[in-house]
Structure formats: structure tokens, C-alpha cells
Design a protein around this ligand. Structure first.
Ligand code: SF4
Length: 365
């Protein structure tokens, strides 16, 4: 895929007060009415998220949007791989737009198709395994090209909600599993499934055989790419210890993109949807300390004033999610209203076909 950069949206927005920007977005939404669907990921800032017709995690949004086929424009307030997934699942008449082209996911960018393909060949050489002896699993936080590689090699996508289930499916085939790009999600799922630690091996990019010897690789059940989410890496065991001492009654729940030692130390772990469900369903007066992106934690706190909800590590802001501001959303809608489609995210037909195989395989598991 070409590297996309956001163009200047124009100086006409610079001096406009935020209240006026929000009022203009609301007017444009009314004007575009049934032609438009705005999708908002949980990590979006409030003044963008409030305009979402659908909200959720990346895959839920793409699937629900694809089911509403009469909307011509899907404006995805999230990051690039999410807009790609929406385009893969969308009908031919639907166009997916990303309000800011710099909204990428650093973790997804840690695994390119060419790097994965080169590692795959090295892994085969080191282990003596054939293509059919290795099952690739990619986290949904990956490019369409990486998903296509997985589709071509009989593997599956997974999300943070179903990583355990998908990894179990892959392990049950008795093959070696190559999991990318998030080492922590892969390690946490392996730990939950009780795969022995010594048979879960980290593949370090840039090192021959991923920094491993052939003997270890031959004994591996799961090989993990060394990607990570820099936002969830800001959560340390000291934060868990602090809250255990400060609020001993509180339940600590963390996202599985956190390091395994954090997941082990917490009371619970769950995807964004899992965290929302756990907190929403908890009794009044319950106390929660949440280890994930701060916009989601703040929103949960304001939606549940009857519960005590605090952030495990307040600095967990996703900077690339946060580049989408109300101004970017208005700019997209102004252009649509004036007949111009800007920032459209398109996946070519061949890549989309293979990537869809890996998405459909996940849905069948
Ligand atoms: S929170 Fe982490 S995984 Fe999610 S988009 Fe931001 S960098 Fe990527």
C-alpha cells in the first residue's frame, strides 16, 4: 500500500471556535442524512465520538457497517487498518473515508507483508517444516496485505476478544503457530491456554532466525512476532502495586495488549468490549481500576457515576487515534456535501479477496 500523508485541510477552519465546529458537523450530518454512516472507535476523543452512529471495537464496527449497505459513505473515526477492514467488508457501492491520514497504528506498522514473508521462509528453513505445517494468525491490528498473507496460508485473523479461541483452533491442528504482530496478545492467549512458557518463542525482527537457535524453534508451539502497542506498554507492575495499596477493594481489569506480568497481576483481562461489559454489568458502588486507553476509561467513568472508575495509568493516550479532531471530521463532511470524496481508503481487489478469507476463517471458528 502507498504511504499516505494528510494534506493541509485549509486555513478556513483555523480560527473557528470548537462549539461552532461541532454545530457545523451536526448540520452536515443532517444534510448528508441517509447517505452517511459515522463509525467511532472507543479510543476516539469525546467530541468526535459523540457524532458516531455506530461505536465499538474495530471489527464490530466494520461488520455492522457492512450490514448497512444503503449508506454510501462510511466515515471511520479510528485508525488506518480499521478503515481497510471496513473497505474489505463493505459493499461495492460503499466508500470508506478516514478523517486524518496520519491516523495509523504503530503496532500494525511493525509487521509488513514482506517482513512476515521473509521471516516465514527463515522459520521454515530453521525447522524443516513445510508451508502446510505452520498456521499464521494475525491480530486484526495489521494491514490488509498482512491479512492477505494469512488468508493465502490457511490462517486466521483474531481480535482481542477471540484471541484465545482462535489460538486454540490453530493449536488444535497440531501445527506450529506463527502469531503477529502483537507479542503480548499472543503470549497472554498462550498463557491462558496453558502452553508451556518455553514453547512460546519470541521472533526478534532483524536478527537471524529471529534471535533463536534451530533447536528451540523446532520445540516451539507458538512463535510470536515482537510487535507491541506502545500505549499499553506504559502500564507497569508498579501501577498495579500502587492501586492494590491505594484501593484494595477495587477490581483491576486490563487489556490483553499489556505485558503478561500485568495480566497475571490484575483481577481480570478483557478486550475493549469485554472491559465495557464487565464494568457496565457491575453492581452500584463497585470500584474499578482500568488498564487501557484513557479516552475509554474517562468515558466509562462519566457514563457510570454510580461506580468508582479510575485509570491504572493516566498517560495511556493513543496519539494516532487522537490526531482525529472535530475539525478533521467537519472537513471530510464539508467535502462530501460539496461532492468531493477525500481520504478514501481502498484495498485492491486481489488483496481484499485473500484478506477476506482470513477474516471469514475467524468468523467460522
Ligand atoms: S492503542 Fe495501541 S494498538 Fe490501538 S491503535 Fe493505538 S497504538 Fe495501535
Amino acid at each position: 500500500m502507498p504511504i499516505l500523508r494528510q494534506i493541509d485541510i485549509g486555513s478556513q477552519y483555523y480560527a473557528v471556535e470548537e462549539d461552532e465546529i461541532l454545530a457545523r458537523i451536526a448540520r452536515r450530518k443532517r444534510q448528508l442524512a441517509d447517505r452517511l454512516l459515522i463509525l467511532g472507535h472507543h479510543y476516539q476523543q469525546d467530541n468526535v465520538y459523540r457524532f458516531a452512529d455506530l461505536s465499538g471495537d474495530s471489527l464490530k464496527l466494520s461488520r455492522e457497517a457492512a450490514a448497512i449497505q444503503d449508506r454510501e459513505f462510511l466515515v471511520f473515526c479510528g485508525v488506518h487498518f480499521m478503515a481497510e477492514a471496513a473497505d474489505i467488508l463493505a459493499a461495492d457501492n460503499q466508500k470508506v473515508l478516514l478523517p486524518h491520514l496520519d491516523a495509523g497504528c504503530p503496532m500494525a506498522d511493525m509487521s509488513t507483508r514482506s517482513a512476515i514473508a521473509a521471516a516465514w521462509e527463515e522459520l521454515r528453513r530453521a525447522t524443516g517444516l513445510a508451508d502446510a505445517d505452520i498456521t499464521p494468525v494475525t491480530y486484526v491490528n495489521s494491514s490488509a496485505e498482512v491479512k492477505a498473507f494469512v488468508g493465502e496460508h490457511g490462517g486466521s485473523v483474531c481480535t482481542s476478544s477471540n484471541a484465545n479461541k482462535v489460538l486454540k483452533w490453530a493449536l488444535d491442528q497440531g501445527r506450529l503457530v506463527f502469531f503477529f504482530p502483537d507479542q503480548h496478545l499472543g503470549r497472554n492467549a498462550s498463557w491462558m491456554l496453558e502452553v508451556p512458557d518455553k514453547r512460546v518463542i519470541l521472533w526478534r525482527r532483524g536478527e537471524p532466525f529471529g534471535g533463536n537457535d534451530a533447536v528451540r524453534l523446532k520445540q516451539a508451539r507458538v512463535v510470536l512476532w515482537d510487535g507491541y502497542c506502545e500505549v499499553h506498554m506504559r502500564i507497569f507492575p508498579e501501577h498495579v502495586s500502587y492501586w492494590r495499596a491505594t484501593a484494595p477493594e477495587a477490581k483491576i481489569i486490563v487489556h490483553p495488549e499489556c505485558r503478561n506480568e500485568i495480566v497475571r497481576a490484575a483481577d481480570l483481562s478483557g478486550s475493549t468490549e469485554g472491559i465495557i461489559k464487565a464494568v457496565s454489568g457491575a453492581e452500584k458502588g463497585s470500584q474499578w481500576v482500568i488498564g487501557t486507553e484513557i479516552n475509554l476509561v474517562r468515558r466509562l467513568a462519566s457514563e457510570h457515576p454510580d461506580k468508582s472508575i479510575r485509570s491504572l495509568t493516566p498517560g495511556c493516550l493513543c496519539p494516532t487515534m487522537d490526531v482525529i479532531t472535530p475539525v478533521n471530521l467537519l472537513w471530510i463532511l464539508d467535502n462530501l456535501a460539496e461532492g468531493r470524496v477525500v481520504n478514501q481508503i481502498r484495498v485492491d481487489a486481489g488483496t481484499a479477496f485473500q484478506a477476506k478469507k482470513s477474516l471469514n476463517r475467524m468468523l467460522s471458528i
